[in-house]
Design a protein. Structure first.
Length: 184
């Protein structure tokens, strides 16, 4: 069974009608409340929503959700999420300092800016072999992209713009952590 978690706070957004209604339209969105998520290894994260009709829909892929009602463009799974879940155990966290800040999203090879948006919250795998390995462990940021779609990318694919502190000028050569540190 997938591990289900609450979002740090529920979010009002939209869902592509075809993702939740039989004979629904791809070019129409419906209001929804996004309240939870699930993780199943080898699959996209599942998004849990409540519709105005009272229906609860679970395990929707992120590319079915929008943060703007008129964002009905086709959005593919690999645009919405870079990595499948790699464990059953997931935590969601919304850092007060970073949530809502503008950011740039990098390409898979970390060489180009592919989008801009705002940080919403992060997903963090716990209790699996990948999350215990420093070179593999990553926070997966949910970013509300300009244009109304979402993407979920590892933190090494995000450049944050905090106007009182950061000065983003190109793509920095960030080194992945590879050491397990201990003081004893």
């Amino acid at each position: 069974m997938a591990h289900n978690i609450d979002l740090p706070r529920h979010r009002y957004c939209y869902v592509i009608e075809a993702a939740v209604h039989r004979k629904g339209r791809e070019d129409k969105t419906l209001p929804c409340v996004w309240w939870g998520m699930s993780a199943t290894p080898g699959r996209m994260f599942g998004c849990h929503i409540l519709l105005e009709s009272g229906a609860i829909v679970v395990d929707l892929p992120l590319h079915a959700l929008r943060h703007e009602a008129d964002a009905t463009q086709v959005w593919h799974p690999d645009q919405a999420q870079r990595w499948d879940a790699y464990g059953w155990h997931l935590e969601a966290h919304e850092p007060a300092y970073l949530s809502g800040l503008a950011c740039q999203v990098l390409s898979d090879d970390h060489r180009h800016i592919t989008g801009t948006g705002d940080l919403w919250f992060l997903l963090d795998h716990v209790r699996d072999g990948y999350s215990l390995e420093p070179g593999q462990h990553k926070h997966h940021w949910v970013v509300a992209l300009t244009g109304g779609t979402f993407t979920c990318v590892p933190q090494d694919m995000v450049l944050v713009q905090e106007l009182s502190f950061t000065a983003v000028d190109g793509i920095p050569p960030i080194k992945r952590q590879s050491t397990l540190w201990s003081c004893e």
